[in-house]
Ligand binder design. Structure first.
Ligand SMILES: [Zn+2]
Ligand SMILES: [Zn+2]
Length: 276
């Protein structure tokens, strides 16, 4: 079994409207690439900040800029016009857990993907006005805050899968890296995943980013494997061609760390299937 659950039906750039991208024909383009690459389980997980309903959870300027769509219409589109699994990528906003739970409740998700892009007002993966880097905080501090937030996100119980679990490394050498062994950041995160019984995403998206490496790093994934946390395999595609992107590398890494099963989700119930 191969899966691709963390998939966006449109790029993040402005002008990528729901009208143009939430169509049966566009979903079919993703399905065609998945079939070509042997991916049986395909789902979508649009960014929650693109729905105006999410402004109730967090009124951040970036979210305000992007909130243009109706969540209910997205859910109805995926359910009624596609054969894709229904997911959502929902940021963790500390202190707003109840609001997020309210927003997520009452929709027939197959899975909810939790992600940490922001540390308070600033993002780890966004250049420009909202960049967390270059504000005087050390790399150690940024990494520590990132992994603390990730652990809190897992423990919130809001999510089925934790996305791109070491996203903080996205810039590679273009941003400072901590001088210490990153294991000290991974350990408490893995403890939180285990306690929360949440799945950990193995994402090939990092191979397309400056860091040029799968999320999570091998040492992190080894800890995940040793702890026995379930993993979910995804590409974080934002265009059809990226569905199943470089899965050969992901399968090799999974094999090397001794992971032979991946998660399959239906109506927020998880089961494990043999990978490959
Ligand atoms: Zn993300
Ligand atoms: Zn994503």
């Amino acid at each position: 079994m191969l899966t691709d659950y963390h998939v966006h039906l449109r790029p993040d750039e402005p002008g990528t409207t729901a009208e143009r991208h939430f169509t049966a024909a566009n979903a079919e383009r993703y399905r065609a690439v998945a079939e070509e690459r042997g991916i049986a389980e395909l789902g979508v997980s649009e960014h929650i900040h693109r729905f105006y309903d999410a402004l109730d959870v967090w009124d951040h300027p970036f979210w305000r800029q992007n909130a243009a769509d109706d969540l209910e219409s997205y859910v109805a589109f995926v359910r009624e016009e596609t054969d894709l699994r229904l997911g959502i990528e929902a940021d963790f906003v500390p202190g707003r857990e109840d609001k997020m739970a309210n927003l997520l409740d009452g929709h027939p998700w197959d899975y909810v993907i939790g992600s940490v892009h922001f540390l308070r007002e600033h993002a780890v993966d966004m250049p420009g006005a909202f960049d967390v880097w270059g504000r005087g905080d050390s790399a150690e501090k940024v990494w520590r805050r990132y992994f603390e937030t990730l652990a809190a996100a897992a423990r919130s119980g809001l999510y089925d899968v934790m996305a791109h679990p070491d996203l903080v490394k996205v810039w590679g050498r273009a941003r400072p890296a901590p001088a210490v062994d990153p294991a000290r950041f991974y350990e408490p995160a893995v403890e939180a995943f285990l306690e929360a019984d949440v799945a950990v995403e193995v994402s090939t998206a990092g191979l397309r980013k400056p860091v040029g490496e799968i999320y999570p790093a091998r040492a992190f994934l080894e800890m995940v494997a040793d702890a026995g946390c379930p993993v979910a395999l995804s590409s974080d595609a934002h265009v059809p061609e990226h569905v199943g992107h470089e899965y050969e590398a992901a399968l090799e890494l999974l094999g090397e760390v001794g992971i032979s099963e991946i998660c399959v989700f239906e109506h927020r119930v998880r089961r494990l299937e043999h990978v490959g």
